[in-house]
Design a protein around this ligand. Structure first.
Ligand code: FAD
Length: 479
């Protein structure tokens, strides 16, 4: 807006952004921003500006702890208007027993979660706002003072959550810690709850038809998310060796070096079936023994497909996704298996310190990550992904000083990617991208400090070593 028409001035506790300054101010900023987009001639914006100025003043003078600011935001949102409540904004006021009790036992086309809490608690409102962008579920809050409700639901400690299922069944929601993050994370992962794809405000169809939604005939294979599947790892290796590499007619220079390092790391660390490990070891011996500076891809393929098969070394050429299966073709699969493979390899490198002996990589705690980095840059079919990964590696890989830190680095970076991709086209609505491991997989990994979610990284490391350890790899659904 021009200086003469704008609603705010430098004297208000706001930062006035223009199209020239908005990017440089907000991008990569170390603080959170609440940005108002307004039009100085719009009646609503004019009436709203005193509220906005008041909030700015309040936040500026207030304790700037994140929790305080977050609660101020909730108050602000709840109080800023009693009329004209935006349609897409869920009600934050508590519901009464009379509102909730009739819903119990009723069938519906979606879940209802009721957070029952003390009046001064923010958990209910925060969970409502966390789930605002999700469909298939409504979150309501009710107060602990509603005795007929708490008695009927059998709730006597607060906050608690009660879940009404679409089929009419209902129960207290058991979370390991009664914290906002645990409630929100549990609800986001309910089958049939999905992030809204449209931001137009148009009503969304409930997505509760079946495990894969309409138009998909095949049912999901039975799997447990607490397991890693050998079928995914072998399918990933098959795809990598026979499909992804096939885009390179010959390997030479940096690419050949990268491929050799990759085969070294996998041959030494892959906790797989004898037939596959033997195949990788033989491939490695062959690569090391060749004095060539250039290897045709066909020669690698011939070795993997034909020559080794005769001596019982064998890698299935079927794609069989289990933990990495998608709800439709084109989602998940290979990239999921590649993450999984590298998590397994970093954990193996941390648990078997001598495994890389005599390879030239034994002294290097970052050997797996550097190999992954080079593989992703040189070969990974998604070049955009490679660019992003490289940026992350440049920024923080040098700080990794031990094999344990390498395990955690990959976990942290994977979560960064999950955060960036949540809600985008590449997300499978049946397998939403979350900050992993979710509280149901690892309750001790999650803590709250002064109301803010924090990871307990010692526990995360223990969990990663167990989850991606050889003993947790299931042979189910293998060819
Ligand atoms: P994935 O993210 O593939 O995760 C696979 C499995 O790993 C999960 O099911 C879970 O069990 C486990 N997991 C999840 N998070 C973690 C964690 N933090 N630590 C340990 N285990 C975890 N796609 C893009 O669109 N843009 C990109 O920039 C991009 N960059 C990528 C970079 C790399 C190096 C790779 C391998 C893939 C990248 N992808 C990118 C693909 C994307 O990250 C997903 O792999 C893909 O969308 C499939 O997602 P998924 O739901 O199967 O879960």
């Amino acid at each position: 807006p021009s200086l003469t028409t704008r609603l705010y001035s430098e004297e208000d506790s706001v930062v006035i952004l223009t199209s020239a300054t908005v990017k440089q101010t907000l991008l990569n900023s170390s603080t959170a921003w609440l940005v108002q987009f307004y039009s100085s001639w719009c009646g609503h914006c004019i009436q709203y500006s005193p509220t906005w100025k008041a909030l700015a003043g309040d936040v500026k003078g207030a304790d700037r702890e994140l929790q305080t600011v977050r609660q101020l935001m909730v108050n602000f949102l709840q109080n800023h208007t009693t009329q004209d409540w935006p349609v897409s904004c869920p009600p934050l006021e508590p519901y009464s027993s009379a509102d909730i009790l009739p819903l119990i036992g009723q069938k519906s086309n979606q879940y209802t979660a009721v957070i029952v809490e003390n009046e001064d608690s923010y958990v209910g409102r925060e969970v409502i706002l966390d789930l605002m962008m999700y469909q298939g579920l409504t979150v309501k809050r009710a107060l602990s003072s509603e005795k007929s409700l708490t008695e009927k639901l059998g709730i006597n400690s607060f906050p608690s959550a009660y879940l009404l299922h679409p089929n009419g069944t209902h129960a207290i929601l058991h979370v390991q810690k009664r914290l906002r993050f645990f409630f929100s994370s549990f609800l986001k992962l309910l089958l049939g709850v999905h992030r809204k794809l449209s931001t137009s405000g148009a009503p969304q169809e409930p997505l509760l038809e079946g495990p894969r939604g309409p138009g998909t005939a095949e049912a999901l294979k039975d799997f447990e998310k607490s397991k890693v599947y050998m079928a995914d790892l072998e399918s990933g290796l098959h795809y990598l060796l026979r499909v992804e590499l096939a885009t390179h007619q010959t390997l030479e220079g940096e690419e050949l070096k990268t491929f050799k390092d990759f085969v070294t790391v996998v041959a030494k660390l892959f906790p797989g079936r004898q037939s596959v490990v033997k195949l990788l070891e033989t491939l490695l011996e062959w690569l090391v023994s060749l004095p060539l500076e250039k290897i045709p891809f066909d020669a690698i393929l011939d070795l993997v497909n034909n020559k080794m098969r005769i001596s019982g070394m064998f890698l299935s050429d079927q794609l069989q996704w289990v933990g990495c299966q998608g709800s439709r073709v084109g989602l998940r699969g290979y990239p999921c298996s590649l993450w999984t493979l590298f998590h397994v390899l970093t954990v193996q490198a941390a648990s078997r310190p001598d495994a890389l002996a005599n390879t030239g990589l034994e002294e290097n705690p970052k050997a797996v990550l550097q190999t992954m980095r080079k593989y992703i840059v040189n070969f990974f079919g998604c070049q955009e992904c490679g660019k992003h990964f490289e940026e992350m590696a440049v920024a923080s890989l040098p700080q990794v000083k031990s094999v344990d830190q390498a395990v955690l680095w990959l976990w942290r970076k994977h979560n960064q990617v999950n955060g960036r991709l949540a809600g985008t086209m590449s997300e499978d609505p049946h397998f939403p991208k979350t900050q992993w491991p979710s509280p149901d997989l690892c309750p001790t990994c999650h803590e709250e400090q002064d109301g803010i979610h924090v990871w307990n990284e010692d526990k995360v490391l223990m969990f990663l070593k167990q989850h991606y350890g050889a003993a947790n790899i299931s042979p189910k659904h293998m060819y």
